[in-house]
Structure formats: C-alpha cells, structure tokens
Design a protein around this ligand. Structure first.
Ligand code: DQA
Length: 144
C-alpha cells in the first residue's frame, strides 16, 4: 500500500506566485505540488496537498491525517504559525509526525514571526529555502 504524506497549507498561500514575490518567490502552490509529486513518485509516496484560509480546516485535516494513517504531515500554517494554540494542540493530539515548513525564514523577519506555536509541537522545522523547504521536508518524512 502506498503511504500518503499530507501537505497542508494555511492562509494566503493560495496566492503564492503573486504574493510578495521578493519574499516568497515566483513559484505557485501548483508548482510546488508538481515538484512534490515528482519526487514522491520516485520515493514510492503519495502527496495529498491542500490549502485553506480557515484555521479549523487545518485542525480537521490534522485529525484526518491520523485517521487515514498518513505517514507524515508537512505543515505550512502561514500566519497561524504565530497565533494558533488550536494548531499546537492538534499537532500534540495526534501521533502522526508533523514537520513545520516555511518558504521564508521567520527568524530573520519581524519579531511577531519569531514565535511558532506550530514549531513548539512539531517534530522538526525546515525554513528559509523557498519551495525547496517543502522538498527537504518530504525527504525528511520519507526517512522517518
Ligand atoms: C510563511 C511565514 C509566515 O510568517 C507567514 O505568515 C506566511 C508564510 C512562510 O512560508 O514563509 O504566510 O509561513
């Protein structure tokens, strides 16, 4: 049976490609999905990539990841990273490993981005490599 890796994306990441390209680059979320699917195929994994601007959807999808036996979750929670105790608790509530992903490196940016409720609960964090952050997180998930 092929193992699935959930790739969950939070608010404003649907606008990747046009959103502050000087920070986030020109790749769209579809481009990232394609890149992940290509690598996942080589690794014998399946990708289930989703995006929502609503915090509760991300909570529900974390629960679903465990319910369906996903191998891991790559989570770019966008700004909810820095605000969401609900996402922190959801990550703690499941046994599925969650890897925090960011395109930018929040620690080199505004002070309000320096705290990560997601990172405090996640197994690992990969940040600052642009779209490559997702690919590196997939490699990590594969080797878990
Ligand atoms: C982000 C970093 C967050 O601080 C920001 O709110 C985002 C994107 C990133 O991928 O670099 O929406 O998660």
């Amino acid at each position: 049976m092929t193992e699935t890796v959930f790739v969950l994306n939070g608010p404003n990441l649907n606008l990747l490609g046009t959103r502050e390209p000087e920070i986030y680059g020109s790749a769209t979320l579809d481009d990232i999905a394609g890149m992940l699917e290509d690598r996942a195929r080589e690794l014998g994994l399946e990708i289930d990539l989703r995006q929502s601007n609503h915090e509760g959807h991300l909570v529900d999808w974390l629960h679903e990841a465990q319910a369906v036996g996903a191998k891991a979750v790559l989570l770019n929670a966008g700004a909810f990273t820095h605000t969401s105790v609900a996402l922190h608790d959801a990550i703690k509530a499941i046994r599925t490993p969650v890897i925090e992903v960011h395109l930018s490196n929040p620690h080199t940016r505004e002070a309000f981005r320096h705290k990560s409720y997601v990172g405090m609960a996640a197994k690992a964090t990969i940040a600052g490599f642009g779209p490559l952050s997702y690919l590196l997180a997939l490699e990590g998930a594969h080797r878990l």
